[in-house]
Write a protein that binds this ligand. Structure first.
Ligand code: LMR
Length: 395
């Protein structure tokens, strides 16, 4: 039976990262996977997380299963972090959540619940989007439609095209939105544009599903969540997939939360039941370690303050890298790279062809995605000149 299976193409992100790891060139640069790296090229553990971990290891007395919805402190802390401590939806108890295996687990649980409610729902996904969105949500059996989002000519959001394409989304449909730091483009909606999407959702009846994977890495924790909070305040239903991979550096701990903003408290209880049944069907119980750490950080004022300051420093460094990269690329290539400074979070497209990115890999050991998406956080003072010169040579 199994011998009938054919070789699959490599993963468009993880495959290139593996190729880079195997490259013996000491000058190689890995700008593939969205992982924050410091000046030394290392992905650090937050000091606040380390302190929480020391306390947890000293105090933990059991490895029995977690409760099905996960750690209570984590759920409470994350709901407040994402929706805002003063959220009216939280106050009205029309929000429920369950801890998931990373943001991906939250996307999957959200898709399962959508499918249970509306098996024929179409999910509208931005073009471009994270390449795993469609396979991850699609494995549940949902249908997809793309909406135009990024305009390579202006290096920004083509909002008129987005609105035109979303005109056909109606009741029973879902629109997947990136909460901030759009992956792969780094081009985000303005608050006014979020407001226009809320108007459309109200008028047309579609439900937004917000992937919040990078809160805190664009313009800070509060501003990054402003669009999502506006939707939650105005609309009866919003699904959210939140992740602590990037903003707490808990990548390998698979720490995420599926949040359902519902019509009322009774409906929230029903939604939780569906989320739990979906999780039981897929992986039974959530993992504990990352959520226990994040829960401790979010429940302790001193640890929260430390974590917020570490995250703010990370965010500032990414902004600084964006400015330096713009300057170096413009100096080396003699063309405008101003868009890199305007975009948010870890990613930007360099605007290269697939052939040019292949040459960067083959001739310079510089690894970025075929779409020319780079992880800005992989740039540092030691590799920025090499990177700019390599780009100039393939342009
Ligand atoms: C990325 O886009 O590089 C990250 O979200 C990591 C991943 O799983 O692809």
């Amino acid at each position: 039976m199994l011998e009938t299976l054919q070789q699959l193409p490599i993963d468009p992100i993880l495959g290139l990262s593996a190729e880079c790891r195997a490259d013996p060139n000491p000058s190689k640069i890995d700008l593939t996977v969205g992982v924050y790296m410091d000046e030394q090229g290392l992905c650090p553990v937050f000091e606040a997380v380390q302190r929480a971990q020391q306390a947890l290891v000293a105090e933990e007395t059991s490895k029995a299963y977690m409760p099905p919805a996960g750690d209570e402190a984590f759920n409470l802390g994350m709901r407040r972090l994402v929706l805002g401590a003063d959220s009216a939806a939280l106050r009205d108890e029309r929000v429920t959540s369950l801890q998931t295996t990373g943001g991906c687990g939250a996307l999957r649980i959200g898709a399962e619940v959508i499918h249970a409610a509306a098996p024929r729902a179409r999910v509208f996904v931005s073009d471009p989007s994270w390449p795993v969105h469609i396979p991850l949500l699609g494995s549940v059996g949902l249908q997809f439609q793309t909406y135009r989002y990024y305009d390579p000519a202006s290096h920004g959001v083509d909002f008129d095209a987005m609105v035109a394409d979303l005109k056909s989304a109606g009741a029973g449909d879902v629109v997947l939105l990136h909460g901030c730091c759009h992956n792969p483009s780094g081009a985000d909606l303005s608050l006014q544009q979020w407001g226009a999407i809320a108007d459309m959702a109200e008028r047309q009846g579609f439900v937004p599903f917000v992937d919040m994977a990078y809160q805190g890495l664009g313009d800070g924790l509060e501003r990054d969540a402003a669009g999502l909070r506006l939707l939650a305040q105005r609309l009866p239903e919003v699904l959210i997939a939140a992740s602590c991979s990037k903003n707490m550096g808990l990548y390998r701990e698979r720490t995420g939360l599926a949040i359902f903003v519902c019509r009322d408290a009774a409906n929230a209880r029903i939604l939780l039941g569906h989320g739990l049944v979906a999780a039981r069907r897929v992986y039974s119980m959530p993992p504990s370690h990352g959520a226990l750490l994040a829960g401790r950080v979010l429940a302790d004022d001193a640890l929260t303050a430390l974590w917020r300051s570490e995250l703010a420093a990370m965010c500032e460094r990414i902004k600084g890298l964006r400015s330096s990269l713009r300057e170096k690329l413009e100096g080396a290539c003699g063309r405008d790279f101003g868009f890199i400074e305007c975009e948010k979070g870890m990613f930007s497209f360099l605007g290269l062809t697939a052939q040019q990115t292949l040459r960067l890999r083959r001739e310079h050991s510089v690894y970025l995605l075929d779409s020319s998406r780079i992880n800005v956080a992989g740039v540092n003072a030691g590799n920025i000149d090499y990177l700019a010169d390599a780009v100039a040579q393939v342009l």
